[in-house]
Write a protein that binds this ligand. Structure first.
Ligand SMILES: [Zn+2]
Length: 436
């Protein structure tokens, strides 16, 4: 390939750039300020498309405006701040999300936003001007906890998810469209949030690992190769409620007993040797009427199946449902199943990963290549714009709980790799553009 063109210029340009190191105290203060919005004793509750989520976006938008970026909000509720550059080259992007699960932690998503803000500060302080715009993105409604489907903001930018805004709803029955209107967004405008892929060169996301690989290996940075997909279902089981004393055990139609079989089926299916790596979880179970002395006549539960192998992800769902149907038939319980979310796994582009690992080596940071079990905004972004994910350790692997913790010093190391990667991506892209 173009053997007569020497590719060194990019490297040469890159090597001249000296960035300072991210400041853990500044990072800790930013994390704290965001945690105050919706945070309390029982963790952080900042649902997607809520007033609290908007408040967090406004706070960060203010910081970015103070740093000289042009801040805007798109039709999906994503906040996008641009550090302009002369010319019209496709931009580099970085960022993550600011919503949380109910009773969640203060780091999931937030770390990627705070890291992005700190990376901008490092570029500013070192007087480094990239050859293309840098956009910091705070995605809206990443967590699937509220509407079942995850990554609503980042799916909108790649043109996915506009068709079901009146269908997907939260536990209170509020549709996504209603929730968007309540925070001043126009859901009929959603298509306008879509990015033109020609306008973006690459995207990087800093995120907490939400697992134990980094901590157990004593490594502070992970570079993600694969991101799990997930299939989410709502399962309704209708049996027959009746007196717990008067009704004999034989011939009952106990919806909760059927649900119990489904819970166990999910565990059995995913722990057989063929499914090593698949995760299945029933995280929500509503039992009606919910009396001590009445046989449960109705159960609604959710099923979340995740895998880095897309066939195995879907086949696992089919197998669990086959066993569920069998249990229901045996127990005289009827079953209704509704798909509430479905995302394929992502293989992140190797060239982006190579730039990130080189950046880590250049600044002397040890890393591991890791797989992500959780979904991330970059997974959606990657369907249109090449994306990479950098992990920092989660204490004891805990996430989506109040105990979630990542040291600010670790976030700072991840931010150093992020900032250096942005500079090196800029150089790498410049080299490619010169060849063209
Ligand atoms: Zn997250």
């Amino acid at each position: 390939m173009a053997a007569n063109v020497a590719p060194e210029p990019a490297t040469a340009v890159v090597e001249k750039v000296e960035l300072g190191r991210a400041d853990p105290a500044r990072i800790a203060a930013d994390l704290e300020a965001i945690a105050r919005i919706g945070g309390g004793e029982g963790g952080v509750t900042r649902p997607g498309y809520s007033a609290l989520e908007r408040q967090a976006h406004d706070l960060v938008g203010g910081w970015l405006a103070d740093l000289g970026l042009t801040v805007s909000r798109d039709a999906a509720g994503n906040t996008i701040a641009e550090l302009a550059a002369p010319g019209s080259k496709p931009a580099l992007g970085t960022g993550s999300h600011l919503d949380s699960v109910p009773g969640g932690g203060r780091f999931d998503g937030v770390v990627g936003v705070v890291g992005a803000v700190e990376a901008v500060r490092l570029l500013r302080e070192a007087d480094v001007a990239l050859g293309r715009p840098l956009r910091v993105v705070c995605f809206a409604a990443e967590e699937g906890a509220r509407f079942g489907q995850a990554c609503l903001g980042s799916r909108a930018v790649v043109g996915i998810g506009a068709s079901d805004i009146d269908e997907i709803c939260d536990e209170a029955g509020t549709t996504r469209a209603q929730a968007m209107r309540e925070v001043g967004l126009d859901p009929t405008d959603l298509d306008r949030a879509r990015w033109d892929p020609r306008d973006w060169a690459a995207f990087l996301e800093l995120h907490v690992e939400q697992g134990t690989v980094l901590e157990s290996q004593g490594v502070r940075v992970g570079v993600v190769d694969l991101v799990s997909g997930s299939t989410r279902l709502e399962i309704e089981l209708v049996g027959r409620a009746s007196h717990s004393g008067g009704t004999p055990m034989v011939g009952r139609s106990d919806a909760l007993s059927a649900a119990a079989e489904i819970v166990m089926a999910a565990e059995h299916v995913t722990t057989d040797p063929r499914h090593r790596g698949t995760r299945a979880t029933i995280g929500r179970l509503h039992v009606r009427p919910g009396n001590i002395t009445t046989i449960p006549g109705y159960v609604a539960c959710t099923l979340d199946v995740r895998d880095v192998d897309s066939d195995r992800q879907r086949l696992t769902v089919v197998e669990i449902l086959r066993r569920a149907a069998e249990a229901c038939a045996r127990r005289g319980v009827s079953m209704r199943v509704r798909l509430i979310g479905d995302t394929s796994p992502a293989v992140l582009p190797i060239w982006v990963r190579r730039v990130v690992t080189r950046a880590a080596r250049d600044i002397g940071v040890e890393y591991r290549v890791v797989t992500s079990g959780a979904s991330h905004d970059s997974q959606s972004v990657n369907t249109a714009v090449p994306a990479g994910i950098i992990f920092v350790p989660s204490r004891a692997g805990l996430s989506h709980v109040a105990e979630e913790w990542t040291d600010a010093a670790d976030v700072a190391v991840g931010t150093d790799v992020l900032a250096r990667s942005l500079v090196e991506l800029d150089g790498e892209l410049a080299a490619i553009e010169r060849i063209r």
